[in-house]
Design a protein around this ligand. Structure first.
Ligand code: FES
Length: 170
């Protein structure tokens, strides 16, 4: 039994076995906390309190410190994300070419704002900096278990059509 949070150690082992090799590699390396958290997020999609407690148990770093790091950096998520992660570019070129209107269309269609997930768990919206394809501005990328797809030269209508197509396939 973990003294810090009361969870059974066997549960930790069963639930976080994918993280074990990461902790074996970095657990005792000073200054590796961010790397461990990045790996944990890549594996589980977000950093749950159970994952934070597990990392604490394995590294000896206090959960409050891990939580503090996880909440300080915008790259870390503490809530699960939707099956489709919409990364809407708000970089300069996209901003100039109407990214705000695209965000408005997403909000109209899905009723979510930056950082939020739809109630059905299908979509999460994240505003991001330049996606590196400014000639296609305004641009969004949608990431899912099937991979990533980039959509450029978006209009309010075209973004709603893309979202509706994904909803129809779900
Ligand atoms: S500013 Fe949006 S892709 Fe570069």
């Amino acid at each position: 039994m973990c003294e810090k949070c009361g969870l059974q150690e066997e549960n930790y082992v069963a639930d976080f076995k994918e993280l074990a090799p990461v902790l074996e590699k970095y657990g005792s390396v000073q200054g590796s906390l961010i790397t461990i958290l990045q790996n944990a997020q890549d594996i589980y999609g977000y950093l749950s309190m159970d994952a934070i407690n597990y990392i604490s148990q394995q590294t000896g770093i206090k959960p409050a410190k891990i939580y503090g790091v996880a909440t300080f950096y915008a790259q870390f998520r503490l809530q699960p994300i939707g099956k489709h992660l919409i990364m809407l570019c708000k970089g300069t070129a996209c901003h100039v070419n109407g990214a705000d209107l695209i965000e408005e269309a997403i909000t109209e269609h899905l009723d979510i704002r930056d950082g939020e997930t739809t109630e059905d768990g299908l979509f999460t919206l994240n505003n991001v900096a330049c996606l590196g394809c400014c000639s296609l501005a305004p641009v969004m990328m949608i990431q899912s278990a099937d991979g990533e797809e980039t959509y450029g030269n978006l209009t309010k209508d075209s973004v709603k059509k893309v979202l509706a197509e994904i909803q129809a396939r779900a």
